[in-house]
Design a protein around this ligand. Structure first.
Ligand code: AMP
Length: 241
């Protein structure tokens, strides 16, 4: 039995943390690297998605992967894919900005599970809504999550970060700064003119509805763009704040 770590490549320390976690669970760790067209809603984003296969093999192997698998489109979708609905939560937040995105995610994850037949799979909290939907849909699979890995200054690692210029990167820091002060999130984000807000909310982790005073597990979620590059991040909110 193996543990699967699904990725889209351009691997970084965030992915490495997932692979290390997988390796703690089993001595066989398959890292899949597949840029899934079904989950992209913009052709330009798909086209510009970074692809670094040689470095990926090294990074994955160093972290403990026993197999780095680059499936072809035909392997994943030998027939016209029947997309798995992500339900109402899949329409909120990321799903509202990227219609069909989560159906594409669930569809590819389902195919990866069918092919690899892992005993468990590891995903990052960085994509919190994705993690939630995967846990909710694949109830029989053991889904393990890993906290978000950040740069020294707070920026969440992301494959898309390589597209940020130095000044874009500075602007992007407003996201992790805002997450540290959830009560003032919108105000803080508004101080950065280069950051174009999509959403910034404190939600109930149970159901993605806006958190109330009674909410036990709150999470701050933020997404937006810097120079056209979509960035997202999230953090647990102390229940007392
Ligand atoms: P991606 O290659 O961006 O599709 O991501 C593959 C997996 O790595 C997903 O489960 C992500 O949530 C996870 N991931 C991406 N960035 C990070 C990060 N900074 N820290 C932890 N996990 C991450």
């Amino acid at each position: 039995m193996t543990v699967l770590v699904p990725t889209m490549g351009a691997l970084h320390k965030g992915h490495q943390a997932l692979i290390k976690r997988a390796r703690e669970l089993d001595k066989e760790v398959v890292v899949s690297i597949f840029v899934n067209p079904l989950q992209f809603t913009e052709a330009a984003d798909l086209e510009k998605y970074p692809r670094t296969p040689e470095a990926d093999i090294q990074i994955a192997t160093l972290a403990g992967a026993t197999e780095v698998w680059f499936p072809t489109y035909e392997e994943i979708y030998p027939n016209e894919p029947v997309q798995i609905s992500a339900g109402p939560i899949g329409e909120l937040y990321e799903g509202a900005s990227r219609p069909g995105h989560f159906a594409g995610v669930l569809t590819v994850v389902n195919r990866l599970f069918e092919i690899v037949k892992p005993k468990a799979a590891v995903f990052g909290e960085k994509d919190f809504q994705q993690l939630w939907l995967i846990k909710n849909h694949f109830k029989k699979m053991e889904i393990i999550s890993v906290p978000t890995i950040r740069e020294f200054d707070g920026l969440a690692l992301s494959s898309r970060n390589v597209r940020l210029t130095e000044s874009d990167r500075n602007a992007a820091l407003i996201i992790s700064k805002a997450l540290k002060e959830p009560a003032r999130m919108a105000e803080i984000l508004a101080t950065e003119p280069e950051f174009k807000l999509d959403y910034a909310d404190i939600i109930d982790e149970q159901n993605f509805q806006i958190a109330t005073d009674a909410t036990k597990n709150k999470r701050a979620i933020i997404a937006g763009w810097v120079n056209g590059i979509r960035l997202l991040d999230n953090a647990v909110v102390d229940t007392n704040s």
